[in-house]
Write a protein that binds this ligand. Structure first.
Ligand SMILES: [Zn+2]
Length: 79
């Protein structure tokens, strides 16, 4: 049996639950928006070191606004 689950926060494939290990704290709860946003911006900055911070932050907001964990988050209301 194959599973077809993705983390509801970042989209990474996972085997069970709702979120991957990177998006949760040590108790298994989803981290807050600012923590995840900062981590995803840093990750994207490493992948595309020539892109501006503003571009990456805009792209990250756009990406997160499509994720079930964040799409109704008030911080994304104006994205
Ligand atoms: Zn995740």
């Amino acid at each position: 049996m194959t599973t077809d689950l993705n983390c509801e926060s970042c989209g990474m494939p996972i085997e069970s639950g709702h979120y991957c290990q990177f998006c949760t704290d040590e108790r298994g709860f989803l981290q807050d928006f600012d923590t995840r946003f900062a981590a995803m911006v840093d990750w994207q900055q490493r992948r595309t070191p020539d892109a501006s911070r503003e571009t990456i932050e805009a792209e990250t907001r756009s990406y997160m606004s499509g994720m079930p964990a964040w799409r109704n988050h008030p911080r994304l209301a104006n994205a």
